[in-house]
Design a protein around this ligand. Structure first.
Ligand SMILES: [Zn+2]
Length: 298
């Protein structure tokens, strides 16, 4: 009787384990799917898909989009440039980290026009299509990593999962694709709401966001306002990312606020209007909100 009971318990325990495995696998699959559904990437360039994810015995960790040299390549989503350099394999390559922990890779570029630490917005140009590195012919090699890029590329996922509704209507290199279907960048560029009118480099210093930093801790540390940091950096939200470069207004400079005018600023800073106009090269009497002004004589 005891033996029978023991056997029964073992079978029960094994069945329970298998059941739990199944449940947890289903849950994580559902979570991944949910995560992908909330992402709204746009296509990184306009061209023809010439190779898909998982080809070359599973060694192709991205998709290839063939396009003429010089075709604009844009960031698929808002993010921060984590790397921008020349590699023997990737050629001119740009890495961008996005929210939700995705990292995208744009390889074989002819030109790169962003640098490490730059903030980029969805649709913002980061370079042009080229044939640099280990590549045969002009094309963009595009990778998406769910998590960080690693040498083994074990976080790579099929970009089609995130690139929008066209994924089910693709016929790679079919005559249909060759003749008619050009996959356009899906949505228009988004620009930061707050406009920043570039001052000279000495008017601000650049600090790199460290783990644990917030806009408030940075504002506090450098004795500036969160509002000014957001204007100066064109930030749309309060979110900042580790390694992001943040510009901080240097002492002796002032960011024009809503409701300001030259008279008010002159009075507050103790510099005459004539002097203000002279040191800032201002032509008229109107100043735009967000303009970085020198308010101290050099
Ligand atoms: Zn490729």
């Amino acid at each position: 009787m005891y033996d029978y009971l023991r056997r029964f318990l073992i079978v029960f325990a094994v069945a329970l384990c298998i059941g739990l495995l199944f449940v947890s696998a289903t849950v994580s699959f559902a979570e991944a799917n949910e995560k992908y559904e909330t992402v709204n990437f746009i296509w990184p360039t306009v061209g023809m898909v010439s190779d898909t994810f998982g080809t070359r015995s599973g060694k192709h960790y991205g998709i290839d989009i063939a396009a003429p040299r010089g075709t604009e390549v844009v960031s698929v989503s808002d993010g921060v440039v984590t790397k921008s350099y020349y590699s023997n394999t990737y050629g001119n390559v740009v890495f961008i980290e996005h929210t939700d922990d995705f990292e995208t890779v744009y390889a074989h570029l002819h030109k790169r026009i962003v640098e490490e630490g730059d903030i980029v917005y969805q649709g913002e140009q980061i370079g042009t299509v080229g044939d640099t590195g280990r590549s045969s012919g002009d094309h963009l090699h595009f990778e998406v990593h769910n998590g960080n890029w690693t040498m083994a590329k074990n976080n790579a996922i099929d970009p089609f999962l995130l690139l929008g509704e066209d994924q089910n209507t693709f016929f790679v290199l079919s005559d249909d694709v060759k003749e008619n279907k050009q996959y356009k960048v899906a949505s228009a560029s988004t620009k930061p709401e707050l406009e920043f009118h570039e001052g000279s480099g000495s008017q601000y210093t650049v600090v790199k966001v460290k783990k644990g930093d917030t806009l408030w801790s940075i504002a506090d540390k450098y004795q500036v306002s969160v509002h000014d940091i957001k204007i100066l950096n064109g930030l749309k939200s309060d979110n900042i990312l580790v390694n992001q470069n943040i510009k901080i207004v240097s002492k002796g400079n002032y960011i024009v606020q809503k409701g300001d005018n030259l008279w008010k600023i002159a009075e507050q800073s103790g510099v005459s209007i004539t002097e203000l106009k002279k040191i800032n090269d201002l032509q008229g009497d109107t100043i735009k909100v967000g303009t970085l002004l020198k308010v101290r004589k050099e």
